[in-house]
Design a protein around this ligand. Structure first.
Ligand code: ZN
Length: 154
């Protein structure tokens, strides 16, 4: 697999110096996602406060693309509203389905544009999406949790 060398550096940097790696003791929800086709595995803790992403911490093992991608997610989606985080996730998913035809908008995706080239390699797309899918799952669960808490207090 060949990616643009600048992008390769961004990915390797996140892989070697991952952001927000190490699970927080406190969290709203915890999810565990695996990508059996590659052997990638991550656990992600999400906390939100007043609809804003307060922390994303994670731990995991796997290929450089999966681990770099979750590092990027954990940095990019902090302090976003759940709605903003959801739409950024949608933009990234669309990029991954572009078969290499899209470059990605760095003003929205920041470091995640470095993963654009992965969309040309169908076998690796799940690696790049793992952290995003874990976040999406965690966001859905945390919303459900809040809703049932609200119902409980009525
Ligand atoms: Zn992988």
């Amino acid at each position: 697999m060949e990616l643009d060398s600048l992008y390769q550096e961004v990915i390797l940097d996140h892989y070697k110096h991952p952001l927000n790696k190490g699970l927080s003791e406190k969290y709203g929800v915890q999810v565990h996602h695996i990508n059996p086709s590659c052997g990638d595995e991550i656990t992600l803790n999400l906390s939100i406060e007043a609809g804003i992403v307060k922390s994303i911490t994670w731990d995991g093992v796997g290929c450089s693309i999966s681990q770099a991608s979750v590092s990027i997610v954990s940095d990019l989606l902090i302090n976003k509203t759940l709605e903003q985080a959801g739409s950024i996730t949608d933009v990234f998913v669309e990029l991954m389905h572009s078969k290499g035809m899209k470059e990605g908008d760095p003003t929205i995706l920041e470091d995640a544009v470095a993963l654009a080239g992965v969309s040309k390699f169908p076998a690796r797309i799940k690696c790049a999406l793992l952290g995003w899918m874990a976040f999406k799952d965690a966001a859905v669960r945390i919303k459900q949790l809040k809703e049932s808490e609200n119902r409980g207090s009525n």
